[in-house]
Design a protein around this ligand. Sequence first.
Ligand code: TYD
Ligand code: MG
Length: 457
Amino acid sequence: MAKIRTQYICERCGTVHIQWSGRCNSCGEWNTLYEQAAASNSGGTRSAGKSKSKSSICDSLDLGSVDLSQQAISTGSFEFDRALGGGLTPGSVTLIGGEPGIGKSTLLTQFLASAGSDGHRCLYVSAEESRSQIAGRICRLGGSEISIGILIASELQDIEEQILSYKPQIVVIDSIQTVYDYLAPSPAGSVTQVRECATRLSDLAKSGNIAMVLVGHVTKDGTLAGPRVLEHLVDTVVYFEGDRDSYLRVLRVIKHRFGPVGDLGMFEMGSFGLVDLENATGVHLVDRVEGQAGSVVFPALDGRRVILTEVQALVVPTSSEQPRRVATGLEMNRVLLLLAVLEKKIGLRLYNKDVFLSVAGGIRLTDPAADLATITAVVSSLNDQPVDPSFVVVGEVGLGGEIRSASNARQRLAEASRLGFTTGIVGSTFSDSVAGMLTLRVKDVRSALGYASLTFC
Ligand code: TYD
Ligand code: MG
């Protein structure tokens, strides 16, 4: 018979403690531990009613019998498929996180509608919305009749039963935080509840070869509630991101057992749902005014995808004793370092100037390869000399003013060339050639500014 012992779970981070303490030694939060009984020979927190199946050892794997053709169910969206490396794998669990209102339910309703019309048996379990709300969304998305099963339920046992009897190939649980196990002692929505429900649903996905998607709302600090516990349980973790005031949405894969991580899917939220973003590489350049001093195009790398960004600078005489340095989308310490390089190595006088820097489109650049573009934009604004609009600039700047080559420079230049840019200023160690792109290799900041036709004294 299993011996019962007591363990203490942190409500915030899910860490299991063998002794009670006023403070969780993992996340440091106070008064978050609560007691739970655990069978010492089970090692887990499963519900008592669950029968234990007997495992067996397989001593030879018949690799020829693996059916690779059954991998990946297409989501019906090129961008969604691209992010997932082809689609959703049967028997896998995908967690999709994002802020409330960002468009998770819309994305998944569109996916199920597409999979349903492709002949897959789909079940949409909503633990948050009513049938009429879901119907309203489907109508807005242009569907009059869609072949998916809809279940309004939040009790885990009920959902498990319905899945077993409906036998779907694809299940969406919207959201995992509102599903609860009435046998578990912790309150609904707590870390333990969420983890227990996700574990049980994940077991069901594996045993029934179901492609399952769990929706998870992110907390204020940007992590899935409770922090990271679900990410270990599932096969794939994607975040759906974007500014609610903008139409742009990005799907970012941060864990993927069946494909590459780091790829992005990019969408536009329109009046009739999400549409794949055409020309995602240049989406942040659409409002760019060519021929303006202080504007330089930098091919940024987001995950494995190149996104062209515009670094803008405005340098004006200061009216205060302390000149202002303001940077939006760039790291301030990096900006201060680059301005110091310009003063010391090029001899520019910036101590009596206010410098404002911004990356258009609300992008945040942490890549040091943006250094040279930043410096070029500052000098362009200072001199009131525009940089040729067909130029892109890539390179990291060292403290001595030397230029280091950027990672994936070839890929960056190739994407820029595809969008019509004809000249790239890059580090001198770049040895590749890119079709349609003249590469100007530079050793230091001085020669880079010379190639950009920027004079200085
Ligand atoms: P929703 O998918 O409900 O977000 P989430 O599930 O992440 O909470 O999307 C909510 C927002 O999307 C809402 O503000 C309305 C907007 N929306 C559109 O702009 N166009 C559409 O076609 C749809 C269905 C929603
Ligand atoms: Mg929703």
